[in-house]
Design a protein around this ligand. Sequence first.
Ligand code: PLP
Ligand code: LYS
Length: 421
Amino acid sequence: MDFFAYKDDSLMCEESDLTAIAEAVGTPFYCYSERTILRHLRVFQEAFALAPHLICYSVKANSNLAILNLLRHAGSGFDIVSGGELERVKRVGCDPEKVVFSGVGKTEAEIRAALEFGVRMFNVESAPELRRINEIAGEMGKVAPIALRVNPDVDAKTHPYISTGLKRNKFGIPHEQALELYREAAQMPNIRVRGLDCHIGSQLTQVTPFVDALKRVKGLLEEIAALGIEITDLDLGGGLGIPYEENDNPPSPQELAQALLTELGDQAVTVLLEPGRAIVGNAGILVARVEYVKETPDRDFIITDAGMNDLMRPTLYKAYHGVLPVTRHFDRDEVNADVVGPICETGDYFAQDRYVPKFREGELLAVRSAGAYGFVMSGNYNSRPKVAEVLVRGDQYAVARQRETLDQLLNNDVMDPQFNE
Ligand SMILES: Cc1ncc(COP(=O)(O)O)c(C=O)c1O
Ligand SMILES: N[C@@H](CCCC[NH3+])C(=O)O
């Protein structure tokens, strides 16, 4: 089984396989292709092979342990943003030297846990965070390796909710304050300056904003060097977009690497990248069953057993996801329809006012490009248990996460016995 080659519209895995998986694990479920994930990682590794580099897969995109384990064995490092993600990379036995810790709100407990583990570096997002890390490292008798995440004030030209590199965004240290903070960091007893970091947003569909950001931080690298501070790691973040629609044509990792390495010239640094979506986005689908087809004078409603709680990207960002029947009949008519879920919200949809193949009740439907920011952003709204995740390898598959049971869903609620009369 293989599906969703990069920029390739070849259909997903064999229909009979998906049907068998649906019978075994129930619908809805997420289904990921091991081969596609590994191919995407390899494309990045090869694209940056001309320079010393480390690809640190961004765990937030899809944090399933089976996927992290796969990537770890293929040489990937990881970009984490919480104590929970730290625990995940520990569970798959990742080398601490391959882990970078980002995020604007690191708690004291998270900093301690990361120092204990020995992460490669903290990507520090504010002056108070830097001071907190210095203090905690001192208490623990450790020296914390850090990079400052610099906000270069560059427009990533993406959805405003996932743009991070403008000065009005909460992320990173303003470019004009960075040099002063490097000076301060270099004098802190429990801090070792190791890198410079920058990440301007997600689902970027052009190379130019990446290059513009690099130009901004390159100037800074020279100023930092002039202070006698040595930067050995340059973390350029993640953000490379993927094709969601037929005609989307984002740059490839090779195009990105070529542009960045050319701009970087002969700087003697290790380049770190934090791709998430580009590795897993088009390696996964959400499989649902069509419960009802409701025909109205205005349009058809294809009502599935998956909802916005399982995949919230369409309603949150008005994001486009392809919708296909798992069983292919080339003579199907197309109808104008909304593909919706069972949840009591008008925003509960996967496709709106779109021409889609005519679906039949009871059949399986696949929502495409759902491998990144799909399951990880799912929730329990309407008391719906979280769905299963399945990883396919060749013609085999493994359940990578069991469907949540109703007991698991309800068990953390506590009723006050006083009101149990
Ligand atoms: C700091 C950081 N690194 C990496 C990523 C991964 O982004 P993407 O999945 O778009 O590659 C993100 C998300 O935008 C991020 O905030
Ligand atoms: N959740 C976003 C991406 C966020 C990137 C994280 N910094 C999406 O689904 O597109």
